[in-house]
Design a protein around this ligand. Structure first.
Ligand code: AMP
Ligand code: MN
Ligand code: MN
Ligand code: MN
Length: 282
């Protein structure tokens, strides 16, 4: 079992724990090295760093940037970034700025299928209204009794092609990698298995093209062990990492005690052929 958890969320984006609560939980579960990787926002890092120091944990600054590539939405995790980097902050601001309008469109689409008042409802679940996203909508729809849990809301209303889904233009892949690397960080392609499942997923050919482009643009690692991967996918993506000479990362992608694939820490070891990303993090 690994002591590293290099991907998780707080109330700054769509997690349910504050940065301090997140660190307390991670410490209690044996995590020694943690990166907080909120979507498109670094405002939780200072608080998390202070809490981590109090517990003697090693803390890594992180972020998870939303990217549009071809017809797909990808997530690029930046580790060891410098949150004071101006191009990074300007970039993240530009990514966040579209979220309000998108949320209004999502509410309009849901109203068309008879679900009203969703935007006000979702905003109650967003501590940081600039970061309003699908998870906050999902939590409200559960509270309002439309579905039994967040996962069911995605399957029924919010996943690609469903009634509340609104296509959105996020950052370009080259920009996201440049912001991360320009701030001294390491760029990681998050949960690659998630792009290869479901009706609108990419096939092996596209995954190869994506990884080729990612490497050319300066991407350095692949998230091999993540909460949403199966054991077969650990092996599959360790082979991709090997083929493309990428390092490997691991993280739970924890969002909250009740709604995550996996809790903080307790992730299986990286497959032996992997080159761990922590070799370049300290
Ligand atoms: P957004 O950035 O607003 O599009 O929201 C993306 C977030 O929604 C992801 O980071 C996950 O937290 C969550 N999410 C996406 N797909 C699912 C799913 N099928 N089940 C549960 N949560 C999901
Ligand atoms: Mn999320
Ligand atoms: Mn993600
Ligand atoms: Mn995530």
């Amino acid at each position: 079992m690994l002591d590293y958890d290099l991907h998780c969320h707080s109330t700054i984006s769509d997690g349910t724990l504050t940065p301090t609560e997140l660190i307390e939980r991670a410490y209690g579960r044996g995590v020694k090295v943690l990166a907080l990787t909120d979507h498109d926002d670094t405002d939780g890092l200072a608080e998390a760093r202070i809490a981590a120091a109090a517990y003697g944990m090693i803390f890594i600054n992180g972020v998870e940037i939303s990217v549009s590539w071809r017809k797909h939405t990808l997530h690029i995790v930046g580790l060891k970034i410098d949150p004071d980097s101006l191009p990074l902050q300007q970039g993240l601001l530009s990514v966040r700025s579209g979220r309000g309008e998108r949320a209004q469109k999502m509410a309009d689409e849901l109203a068309k299928v008879g679900i009203g008042g969703v935007l006000q409802g979702a905003l109650k679940f967003a501590d940081n209204p600039n970061m309003i996203g699908r998870t906050h909508f999902a939590r409200y729809l559960v509270e309002a009794g439309y579905c039994k849990d967040v996962k069911s809301v995605f399957n029924r209303y919010l996943a690609t092609g469903k009634p509340g889904y609104v296509p959105h233009k996020w950052a370009n892949l080259d920009d996201a990698i440049a912001w991360i690397r320009g701030s001294g960080g390491v760029a990681v392609l998050a949960h690659p298995g998630r792009y290869m499942v479901g009706k609108y997923s990419m096939g092996k050919q596209s995954m190869h093209e994506l990884l080729g482009e990612f490497v050319t643009l300066g991407g350095q690692a692949l998230e091999v062990v993540t909460g949403s991967h199966t054991v077969e996918q650990y092996a599959e993506f360790s082979r991709y990492a090997d083929e493309f000479k990428l390092m490997s990362s691991c993280g739970s992608d924890f969002h909250g005690p009740k709604e995550s694939y996996r809790d903080l820490g307790r992730l299986p070891d990286l497959p032996l052929i992997c080159r761990p990303i922590w070799d370049v993090l300290f």
